[in-house]
Design a protein around this ligand. Structure first.
Ligand code: HEC
Length: 116
């Protein structure tokens, strides 16, 4: 029966495509989660970091001592691990910060999003 064969073929196609669709949905979700972290990091940065750092293109100046975040992001040594470590125990000219791990992750995501 050609009609039934067609139906079986269509069912097979759906079964074959399902994991692909699920994967795409998963990837979109992951991208959304990353975008949310970057946005949260930008908000935190605006509140706590702009008195010294230039954190993005919209800001014209901070202090001369603090590197701009674009500079920090451009260094090959700036990895999520480095930023997590540094922001857990800031040193040098940085004020002592008391950030929650989640805030640190958000700030790190934002800083790394500035890499060009
Ligand atoms: C009172 C001024 C000040 C504030 C506020 C400040 N910073 Fe900094 N930050 C500095 C200075 C100065 C340096 C350079 C430190 C050095 O090289 O010794 C620095 C360096 C850094 C570095 C690079 C560290 C490295 O090893 O090169 C990161 C990342 C950073 N700051 C993140 C932040 C974040 C995130 C915030 C807000 C939560 C923040 N800073 C707020 C002054 C500040």
């Amino acid at each position: 029966m050609p009609d039934q064969r067609l139906r079986v073929a269509a069912a097979c196609l759906v079964v074959a495509l399902l994991p692909m669709v699920a994967n795409m949905a998963h990837a979109a979700e992951a991208r959304g989660a990353e975008a949310a972290k970057i946005a949260a990091g930008a908000e935190l940065a605006k509140r706590h970091c702009t008195s010294c750092h230039v954190i993005g293109p919209a800001q014209t100046h901070g202090t001369d001592q603090a590197p701009t975040w674009r500079e920090i992001a451009a260094r090959p040594t700036t990895t999520p691990e480095f930023l997590r470590g540094f922001l857990s125990h800031p040193h040098g000219g940085m004020p002592p910060l008391t950030l929650a791990n989640e805030q640190i992750d958000d700030l790190a995501a934002y800083i790394l999003s500035l890499r060009q």
